[in-house]
Design a protein around this ligand. Structure first.
Ligand code: NOJ
Length: 538
């Protein structure tokens, strides 16, 4: 590549990187059709540079019928016209690199779209054809094959099998429009190595691997046998998730990544029963990072947080991988809402996460303190899980509402036209424009925190935290470089026995610092306000 690359050449950049997730449909609309796109992303890259993140992860923008927001890919080497063109993607990569940002793209290897050429051929060529072997086609059970081949359930609800007109069934762990690949087939393995190279040649810095734990199924596709709704984080290993055979795939992927200069990485979306099993994906010859869903699933409670932080660090140490931390993404209720609806708490959770050793993921809009949108009418819903699970699990649209950039009414500068999901009428104070420059705003808190991570590299460094004594409900730990983080997870102000140092940054808005809510010193006591994290310099 001749393209200029301004990102720092330092190896291991990813070990303490802050990686910002862009969900392209909902980030920024460049062509005024109400749908976010690559032109919109490109125009907002300076915003991300100014925010202070190191890398941007783009959820899928590939050619797709959008049965699952683009996680149903029809062509892994083409851009969906709704998002732009291949030159648009190249321009995003080039501009990002000029701005010093790295780009990570999503890769979806567990399944494709039912409109993918391979699946269309498999359907057309019929039972016994070689093209069917690239997927999981089976005869059904029952007298006339009228029952699914086994008892597996789709993550989105209902059976994981759909019958085609010639009588065979195919496996889809997600929607019927997302047939699972057969990863025992060499053509599938070759194709994905080729897709990796395609994007690496275009200059991407890495991949986020969708359903990384799902590629390999237990031989013979045995019944789950539980007769109950599957539980992703249960302590049992399911016959379609986290099978040991999946690691051979990632060893071949690592070899491809290592062929390229510039420290290209892969981060696994791996739901496994334990942090120890997640660590297996991160052995030195496999992937680089995995999302820490155990952390995301932990409530705002000092003891539980300390336990999951210790367990995460402990599990990663033997494989030498950095721990990662995440509070929100496009699949879960936004953390402001999930942690009880309090903005104070959401801000405190962010500062705690950003003081931990390793890499952190920020989901678009959390830097604005966006809440989950919980009142979307049924007729605007798009999440396939909403329709397949009788509406009881429709929560993924509420975190995907397009971002508010400016103005006082929808579409809040998202684009010139409407938005593919309606935005709330009361988001004017949450826009980027209204928060920028306001020291009390959540946007300025994130900017300050990310700026301090650059000037105080100790904040993300290493693989340990040094815990300090703290009152019940408070976490206190020291980071390299003389920094101390205290997080009060209780709903009341808590007295500290001694002053940890000079306040570097507090999650409480600065204008509240002078009020009686915070850091009282009237009697010589140092007090941290309820639901507040403070970074101190010793
Ligand atoms: C995980 C993705 O994050 C989610 O959005 C998607 O529905 C499933 N994988 C299936 O690809």
């Amino acid at each position: 590549m001749t393209e200029q690359h301004n990102v720092t050449p330092a190896t291991d950049w990813w070990r303490d990187a802050v990686i910002y997730q862009v969900y392209p449909r909902s980030f920024a609309d460049g062509n005024g059709d109400g749908m976010g796109d690559l032109a919109g992303i490109r125009s907002r890259l300076p915003y991300l540079r100014d925010l202070g993140v190191d890398a941007v992860w783009l959820s899928p923008f590939y050619a797709s019928p959008q049965a699952d927001g683009g996680y149903d890919v029809a062509d892994y080497r083409a851009i969906d016209p709704m998002f732009g063109t291949l030159p648009d993607a190249e321009a995003v990569i080039a501009d990002a690199h000029h701005l010093g940002l790295r780009i990570i793209v999503d890769i979806v290897p567990n399944h494709c779209s039912d409109q993918h050429e391979w699946f269309r051929r498999a359907l057309a060529e019929g039972p016994g054809s070689v093209t069917r072997e690239r997927f999981h086609f089976r005869k059904g059970r029952g007298q006339n094959g009228e029952l699914p081949p086994n008892d597996w359930e789709s993550i989105f609800g209902g059976p994981a099998w759909t019958r085609v007109p010639d009588g065979e069934w195919y496996l889809h762990l997600f929607a019927p429009e997302q047939p699972d690949f057969n990863w025992d087939h060499p053509a599938v393995q070759d194709e994905f190595r080729s897709i990796l190279r395609f994007w690496l040649d275009l200059g991407v810095d890495g991949f986020r691997v969708d359903v990384a734990h799902g590629l390999v199924k237990a031989p013979g596709l045995p019944d789950m046998g539980h007769g109950e709704q599957l539980r992703l984080l249960g302590n049992q290993v399911l016959p379609f998730f986290d099978q040991d055979g999946v690691h051979a795939v990632y060893r071949t992927w690592r070899a491809v990544l290592d062929e390229y200069a510039g420290d290209r990485i892969a981060v696994a979306e791996a739901w496994t029963p334990s942090a120890e099993r997640t660590a297996l994906y991160l052995r030195p010859d496999e992937l680089h990072q995995a999302f820490n869903f155990h952390y995301l699933n932990t409530g705002w409670d000092a003891a539980s947080l300390r336990a999951v932080i210790d367990a995460s660090l402990e599990a990663m140490r033997p494989v030498g991988a950095p721990a990662t931390w995440v509070l929100s993404n496009h699949d879960v209720v936004r953390h402001r809402t999930r942690l009880g609806g309090s903005l104070d708490r959401a801000r405190a959770a962010a500062l705690l996460m950003l003081a931990l050793p390793g890499s952190a993921y920020v989901y678009q809009g959390e830097e604005l303190g966006l809440p989950e949108v919980t009142d979307l009418p049924d007729e605007v819903r798009q999440d396939p899980s909403f329709f397949r699970a009788n509406g009881q699990d429709g929560l993924r649209d509420g975190c995907r509402v397009p971002l508010p950039w400016s103005g006082t009414a929808p579409p809040y500068g998202f684009g010139d036209a409407g938005t593919w999901l309606p935005q709330p009428a009361d988001w004017a104070p949450l826009t980027v424009a209204s928060q920028a420059g306001d020291p009390d705003s959540t946007l300025e808190l994130y900017r300050a925190a990310l700026g301090l991570r650059r000037t105080h590299p100790g904040l993300g460094a290493g693989d340990t935290v040094e815990w300090l004594d703290a009152p019940d409900g408070v976490l206190a730990f020291r980071r390299p470089g003389g920094l101390i983080c205290t997080a009060n997870t209780t709903g009341a102000a808590v007295k500290l026995t001694e002053r940890p140092g000079r306040v570097l940054l507090s999650s409480l808005p600065p204008s509240h610092l002078s009020t009686s809510r915070h850091l009282l010193n009237t009697t010589g006591d140092y007090v941290v306000a309820a639901d507040t994290t403070v970074w101190w310099e010793e």
